[in-house]
Design a protein around this ligand. Sequence first.
Ligand code: SF4
Ligand code: SF4
Length: 103
Amino acid sequence: MSSNNTKLSGFVKSFMKWHLEQRPVVDISKCTGCAECKPACSSGAIEFFAFIPQVDLPPKTGEPRFRPEIEYRKCNRCYRCQELCPRNAIKTYKPRMMKILRR
Ligand code: SF4
Ligand code: SF4
């Protein structure tokens, strides 16, 4: 029974965090994959994955490059990655429910 309560409270916490807290998001159309954000993150929340870009940024479209992904369970919303990104590619996303409740 207490294990079910723990699971439920974990679910409620992560639901609230996702819908009521702002979070950093990467604007992939601006990101060059320079990886300067990775060491800035003391929580180890940023990982890099190879992908083929659909936008015309160096390296040219069609060549693989790397993009960061943020693991939100680890992210403490310190926004150091945003401060240090030389391309201004990390934005602050405010969930719709958060905006509605704060009107
Ligand atoms: S520092 Fe900015 S441009 Fe560089 S990989 Fe991170 S998000 Fe992309
Ligand atoms: S906001 Fe802070 S914890 Fe989250 S990904 Fe950026 S640097 Fe890491």
